[in-house]
Every structure is written in C-alpha cells, then in structure tokens.
Design a protein around this ligand. Structure first.
Ligand code: HPA
Length: 247
C-alpha cells in the first residue's frame, strides 16, 4: 500500500519520473475526484498521484471537488500527503521558479464547500487548525530539497484566493500587510479537509510569477508563467525523488 499521496498542481499534471502501475476511478460520497487516482513507483517507493486540476488541466481552482479528492486519497490508505502548489511570490525572496514550504496560511476564498462536517451530524465538530501544515512533513520536504541540492525557502504564509483571475496590486498590498508571503488559489479548503480526515498534509509551493504589483513588471504574462513553472516543476520532480527516500 502506498503511504504517500502527491497532489499535482498547475504545471504538474503528470510525473515524468513515476512508473505508473495502475489507475483507479474512486467514487466518493462527496462526488467524483479530479480524475482517476494514479498508482506508481517513484525511486523504488509506492506512491499515489492525483492531478488536482484533472489530467488535461481543465478544472479551475474554484470548481475543484476538494472533498472528493481528499476523501479518495484517504480511501487509498495513504496517510501522508504532499500538495504541490503554484503560487505568486509576494516576499522579495520568493522569486520566480523558487521553492518554498509554507508554515501558515490565510484563507480569502469564498463559497467553496470547505468541510466534511456539515451533514448528518450527531454533534457539531470543530478541528484544531492552529498550525495548518504537518511539521514532520514540512521538515522532510526541506531535507528533500537540501538532498537534491535545491535552494528552498523553509517557511512562508500562503494566502489562498478565490481565482480564477489573478489579484489586483492593491489586493496583494493588503495581503502583504496581513502577513502573506505568497498567493495561490488551491491551498484552501484542501489543507483543512486533510486535517479533518487526520492526514499528514504539507505543501511545496513553486513560485510561478511575481504577484501583482511586485517584481517591477506592469502586467503578469501567462506565457512567462508557463516557462517559469516548467523550470520550477523540474525542481519539484528532483525534490520528490529525494522525499520518497526519506519517508
Ligand atoms: N496569484 C494567485 N495564484 C497564483 C499566482 C498568483 O499570482 N501565480 C500562480 N498561482
């Protein structure tokens, strides 16, 4: 049984270094996940892989069935989850194509179904979410980057926005004042749902672009994002090869 699940984000719809053994369509009480769960072997270790936006990158952030994805991962028996997430860099050290392991998040999303605890309850359930990312998984991610000779920013505050549009420069100014160092669209409710099911969840952020109003460019060009993400995801593949040896 694979103990590790990898959720692929924008730029990582497939893992070139994964030897795929099978695909499984998993139906959940919450509907259909983004696609079949992919089982495979990475550096000799069994892992499962689920591309968050679907195999053809067709599901936008606000339309992802986060509950079905997390539930499907739990049904495979995987206890540890790495989420790969492309972000815009707000803090000056988070330059394009760099990697960061966030330790905190702020949720700016709205009207997303964000809990498993809302129907057929025998009692109201709250979860502790003071520290949204699993610290053991975070430490392993940082070690895996070091092992792969990759620079990594070992912390950060992930601001989760609704999308699919990018932010205004003023929104990014406000997020920076709030303490966000990076901005992405898929970090929530994914992290909270994983916590609700007791999974060990951490994220590896890949900086796709300077956030709006940062980095000296007046506009964010989609073709630049694609080039940068290709570089960043190459790093992620190397990091993951090391990660599976550590866990
Ligand atoms: N904003 C929100 N999400 C993102 C960005 C951004 O600038 N870049 C990649 N994902």
């Amino acid at each position: 049984m694979a103990e590790l699940a990898i959720i692929g984000g924008t730029g990582l719809a497939s893992l070139a270094n994964l030897q795929i053994t099978r695909r499984e369509v998993i139906h959940t009480p919450y509907g259909e996940p983004s696609g079949p769960v992919i089982y495979g072997v990475l550096s000799g270790k069994d892992v499962i892989f689920l591309p968050r936006h679907g195999a053809g990158h067709t599901i936008p952030p606000h339309k992802i069935n986060y509950r079905a994805n997390i539930c499907a991962i739990q049904q495979t028996g995987a206890q540890n989850v790495i989420a790969i997430a492309s972000v815009g860099g707000i803090h000056p050290v988070l330059n394009p194509a760099s990697l960061a392991i966030p330790h905190q998040l702020i949720d700016y999303t709205w009207s997303r179904v964000s809990t498993f605890f809302e129907e057929n309850l025998t009692r109201v359930t709250h979860i502790d979410f003071s520290h949204p990312y699993d610290d053991t998984m975070r430490a392993l991610l940082i070690n895996a980057c070091t092992g792969a000779n990759l620079d990594v920013c070992p912390n950060g505050v992930y601001g989760a926005t609704q999308g699919p549009r990018l932010e205004t420069a003023a929104e990014i100014d406000r997020m920076e004042k709030d303490g966000c160092t990076m901005v992405g669209m898929t970090g929530m409710p994914e992290a909270a749902l994983a916590r609700e099911l007791g999974l060990n969840y951490a994220a590896c952020a890949v900086v796709a672009n300077w956030a709006a109003g940062r980095g000296g460019s007046a506009v964010i060009k989609m073709e630049d994002i694609e080039d940068t993400l290709n570089q960043g995801m190459e790093k992620v593949r190397k990091m993951l090869e090391q990660f599976v040896l550590l866990i």
